[in-house]
Ligand binder design. Structure first.
Ligand code: F6R
Length: 242
């Protein structure tokens, strides 16, 4: 696994954005999967800036949502789709025909999981996944001990995830289950960019690197991917030893 450590979270985002824009320019019409959450927000801002300068056409590729909180609509502030829409899709002017979004208030989660999975298959799999590491190591909503499921999954959210979720919502919002692309399917991506920034991620980054293939640390299950880059700022990288 390539590990890149930069001075600041901005530098980490800049590196990620530059890799993504090069990828898009080399492979228009590819399928990208971006995590929502706080970590990639600056990546989105930089990508949009690169597009304004005509360095990349962000509408030349397709996007599939990584995950969604079950029970939250796409309009709910703090839902994964709303975060992606407000910070990326809408600002970047991505046509809705280029986006596969999750419906967290679907009547049948089983149909929803299959629908997103079929979209991925129809595109020949995910080409590039930009992922954040959760406080418990989760990837998407692949919680500890979920393993490497292929396809898409409905997962009972871990206590840590339920507690951390409060940062995304303005009003108290109970979340119990998540809908997510399975870690096995993510691991099939041609390229993975895994990101973590901030001192609060230092412990889980240490575990990710020092305990490869540990089922209790989902992020560690990706580290033997043939084309993965772990991008860290120096705070997130402050505790591990190689
Ligand atoms: C978000 C997602 C999550 C986050 C992870 C890190 O779509 O799937 O796995 O990437 O929880 O979240 P932040 O970046 O907010 O620390």
């Amino acid at each position: 696994m390539e590990i890149i450590i930069t001075d600041t979270a901005y530098d980490t985002a800049n590196d990620a954005a530059s890799r993504i824009s090069t990828f898009i320019n080399n492979k228009p019409n590819s399928l990208l999967c971006f995590a929502a959450g706080e970590t990639p927000l600056c990546v989105f801002t930089i990508l949009i800036d690169l597009q304004k300068k005509n360095h990349v056409d962000l509408s030349s590729v397709y996007y599939v949502g990584l995950d969604e909180w079950e029970g939250l609509s796409q309009d709910t502030k703090g839902s994964c789709y709303q975060v992606m829409s407000d910070n990326f899709y809408t600002v970047a002017g991505i046509p809705s025909s280029r986006i596969k979004r999750w419906n967290g208030i679907c009547v049948s989660p089983e149909d929803e999981l299959n629908d997103v999975y079929q979209y991925i298959i129809a595109h020949g799999g995910i080409d590039l996944a930009l992922l954040g590491i959760g406080m418990n190591g989760h990837i998407g909503f692949n919680e500890p001990f979920t393993g490497l499921p292929k396809k898409c999954i409905r997962v009972k959210l871990d206590k840590t995830t339920q507690s951390v979720s409060k940062k995304y919502f303005d009003i108290p919002t109970k979340v119990s289950y998540g809908l997510s692309i399975g870690a096995g399917e993510l691991k099939n991506s041609q390229k993975i960019i895994l990101m973590a920034t901030g001192i609060h991620k230092a412990d889980i980054v240490k575990s990710t690197i020092e305990l490869p293939n540990d089922i209790s640390i989902p992020s560690s299950l990706l580290t033997d991917h043939q084309n993965i880059s772990l991008l860290l700022d120096k705070d997130a990288a402050s505790k591990f030893s190689l």
